[in-house]
Each structure stands twice: as C-alpha cells, then as structure tokens.
Design a protein. Structure first.
Length: 296
C-alpha cells in the first residue's frame, strides 16, 4: 500500500459541496498519493488505460492471471474490472480479485462494457455486481443492462441517454444490502455525465468532447480514473466518481480546443491530463446538483 495522503472532509450539514473546489482538492490528493490501480481490463485498451493513469499521476498494473489477481488486489490501492474482452482466464481472475478486494476493503470499479445481449460478459458482470462495487460506471445502456433494466445497447455504444438510467441508478444505490454488497455509486457516461450516490444526490458533469468517442479507450480509461479517485476518497464513492469524471472530461475538453481531430486529440489529451491544475478545474468545471433528487 502507498502511504495515504490527507483526504478532504465530506461536506457537513445540509449544504451542497462546492464540487469544483472539491474536485480540485481530490486531484491534488491523487497526485500526492499516486495510487496503484489494479486493472483487469480489455486487451484493446490496456495501453491507453495505463497511459491515462500515468498522466493523471497514478500508477497502473495489468494483473489478470489467476492466483496472482487475488493477492495483488489485496495490496493495490484500487481495482478496476472491465468486461470488454472477457476471455476465460481474465474472467476467473476478475472474480478472484473482486473477492479479495471485498475481503480487505480495497475500493473497486465495475465497468460492464457491452453488457446486455452478449451472454458471457453479461453473466460475469451480474455476478460481480452482486459483490457490491464501490462504483458502477458505464454508458446508459450498459448500466441498465447490468442492472437488469434493459437488453443493452449497440455493442459498446449506448442507445439511450444518461438520464434514462437515473431511476435504475437510484434503485441500485439504495437497495437493501450490507457493506460490500450494495453499489455505493453509479456513474453514467453521456453528453452530460450523471453520478448518483447516497448523500451526493444526482450530480451532472457537463464537460467533455465528442472526440472522446472517436478514440479507442476514452470511456474505458475513465473507469480506471474513477478507481484512482476512490483510493483517495474512502467512504465517499460519489465524490470520487464526480471528481474523476470532471477531471477526465475537463482535460479532454481542453485538448479538443487545439486538436485537429482524433489523431492529434489523443496525445493532447494525455498532455492536458498531466498538466491539469486545480485552477483549471475550478475555472472549467460545469458540475450541477439536482436539489430535488438527493438520494437518502
């Protein structure tokens, strides 16, 4: 384990947190701690995911071998499980790693890529969901499908909007279940990203760029960024998901302003993620909370 950096206190009383300031503080916490993120992710995005974590200031390890995945999840600062290419050994490694993470309290993120009509990954994602991820993160179709509320989207593409998954997300984070058996937060990607968590309410992040959908791994890497932020926000999965989403999409938005298209966008995105300052976050963040939808 890395030595923990000071974590910003959760908001007190009935006031909504200043999400831009809180995101900036959590970004500094990630860079101060450099959390080690254990990634069991799809083969298409491993390089992109590792580079995004390194640019962020975190550290990445791709340990998807049975008998190694469980022990590594016990010493990592956070775990990501992405179902994009669910070959036999990574499936078994994912279940081993999640069991270990739950056992020792390692925060973990489930990214149910292309779940729905494809039977192998859908069954895997639903078994993992039963273990209670710290954050469930995906597009609206994926989130609805893993929660059993729809048949899924068009491959990795969503066919519905983020707000269409809101009611299912609220139900997921408020469902009965003991510690480690209930989803702590749900983050839904879209043109405007949606985060739902107890004590957080319904938070929308309006930053981003369409170019994130034009490169490999734009969304999958976000799952790893969310995992990194859970390592510095213990007990507040909603704050981690909001801050990670904002940092990821602000960096992408800044990169898009000077890119000529997908080819130049990807390296510029890594550069912007690496150089992003707390002042950039406070200036650029477009984060709103729906007062009437605070989740109990």
């Amino acid at each position: 384990m890395h030595t923990a950096a000071p974590v910003p206190a959760a908001p007190t009383g009935g006031a909504e947190p200043d999400w831009a300031d809180r995101t900036a503080t959590l970004l500094e916490a990630v860079r101060g701690r450099a959390p080690l993120v254990h990634c069991i992710t799809n083969t298409v995005v491993q390089n992109v995911t590792a580079n995004v974590l390194l640019a962020l200031g975190a550290s990445a390890a791709m340990v998807d071998v049975v008998t190694e995945a469980g022990p590594f999840a016990r010493v990592a600062d956070a775990l990501l499980v992405n179902t994009g290419t669910p070959h036999a050994e990574p499936r078994a490694a994912a279940e081993e790693a999640v069991a270990a993470a739950v056992d020792v309290g390692t925060p973990w993120v489930l990214d149910p890529v292309a779940v729905g009509s494809l039977p192998v990954r859908t069954a895997l994602a639903r078994r993992l969901l039963a273990a209670g991820p710290t954050v469930l993160r995906g597009n609206a179709s994926e989130v609805l499908a893993v929660l059993g509320a729809s048949a899924g989207g068009h491959g990795v593409d969503s066919t519905v909007g983020a707000d269409d998954a809101r009611d299912a997300a609220v139900a997921a984070v408020t469902a009965p279940g003991g510690p480690g058996r209930r989803v702590a937060a749900v983050a839904v990607s879209g043109p405007v990203d949606l985060v739902v968590a107890p004590g957080t309410g319904t938070v929308r992040v309006a930053n981003g760029t369409e170019l994130l959908t034009r490169i490999t791994g734009g969304g999958c890497a976000l799952g790893a960024v969310v995992a990194a932020f859970t390592a510095v926000s213990p007990g507040d999965a909603g704050a981690a998901a909001v801050a990670a989403t904002a940092v990821h999409t602000i960096a992408a938005e800044l990169a898009a302003r000077t890119s000529g298209g997908p080819g130049t966008f990807q390296p510029l995105f890594l550069d912007r993620l690496a150089s992003l300052t707390p002042e950039d976050v406070v200036r650029e963040a477009r984060i709103t909370v729906e007062p009437s939808a605070v989740v109990a």
